[in-house]
Design a protein around this ligand. Structure first.
Ligand SMILES: CC(C)=CCC/C(C)=C/CC/C(C)=C/CC/C(C)=C/CC/C(C)=C/CC/C(C)=C/CC/C(C)=C/COP(=O)(O)OP(=O)(O)O
Ligand SMILES: O=P(O)(O)OC[C@@H](O)CO
Ligand SMILES: [Mg+2]
Length: 237
């Protein structure tokens, strides 16, 4: 592991610019021990909504990361940018075509020290992201591990994002992924709806991400963050 910022992240919240949240709720999220706040979603993400979230996160001094999902909504001023690359997408637009388009427009202004590419494996076929990217969702572990090897060993991407968006994943699969990954930081996201689930997936992922729960059960979302000094079970680096 050679990315000190990434390796400091145990937990992150993901705010969807397309969903309503109050200023007070953002303040409460920022005052937890979460490592950073990601701004991103699959559908209906606009420049204005993303910028409004950035402003509020900034007010509370938390690290703000934009996860870019469409070209029209790239907002300058975030601390970091995460660029998804969906390795099981079947629609070529979402493999590298959209990235090519982005770099044609913005390539000369990108500060690469702020950018991390995320190799996404989409594992919930009912999620918006699976439908948008026409992802081929594996049903066998051996296929998942082959995708993980593409991200980790073949492409050497800094982040392997195991994405179950909207559904809790299979901890055995995460454990198997953890056992073969050597380089990438493992992000896990999907269906974390309690502190216990956060602890369970933190055994197998370096970083867990909580999204929908913020909008469905705010008090429980706050409770998924490890308390200062009482961290989740640490995984060996
Ligand atoms: C000038 C300046 C500020 C430059 C900085 C910008 C920068 C670093 C540019 C780099 C150039 C570049 C390569 C940009 C990439 C552009 C781009 C549009 C990439 C597409 C990425 C992609 C494959 C998107 C598909 C969707 C996806 C993977 C989204 C990720 C987020 C996600 C999975 C959210 C979960 O969805 P959610 O909304 O929660 O789902 P539900 O609705 O079901 O809940
Ligand atoms: O919304 P949930 O299911 O928490 O998933 C979080 C994140 O992985 C979505 O990109
Ligand atoms: Mg969501």
């Amino acid at each position: 592991m050679n990315h000190s910022f990434l390796s400091s992240l145990k937990h992150m919240f993901k705010l969807d610019p397309n969903r309503p949240i109050t200023e007070n709720q953002i303040e409460q999220l920022c005052h937890t021990e979460t490592g950073a706040i990601i701004v991103g979603g699959t559908l209906g993400v606009t420049y204005e909504d993303s910028q409004a979230l950035l402003k509020q996160i900034r007010m509370h001094g938390k690290i703000a990361i934009q996860e870019i999902s469409n070209l029209q909504a790239i907002v300058p001023g975030f601390d970091y940018y995460f660029i998804p690359l969906v390795v099981n997408a079947q629609d070529p637009k979402w493999i590298l075509n959209v990235h090519h388009e982005a770099l044609k427009r913005y390539g000369e202004w990108v500060n690469w020290n702020q950018v991390f590419v995320e190799g996404y494996i989409i594992l919930n076929e009912d999620s918006s992201v699976a439908k948008l990217t026409k992802s081929k969702v594996p049903t066998e572990l051996e296929d998942v591990l082959a995708y993980a090897r593409i991200v980790d060993q073949m492409l050497r991407l800094p982040i392997l994002y195991v994405e179950y968006s909207g559904k809790y994943g299979n901890p055995d699969w995460l454990k198997a992924i953890q056992q073969i990954v050597e380089y990438s930081q493992i992000f896990y996201g999907g269906g974390i709806h309690s502190y216990e689930k956060a602890v369970e997936m933190s055994q197998y992922a370096h970083t867990i991400i909580v999204g929908n729960l913020i909008y469905e059960d705010f008090p429980t979302a706050l409770k998924t963050v490890p308390v200062k000094g009482v961290s989740y079970t640490q995984i060996e680096e």
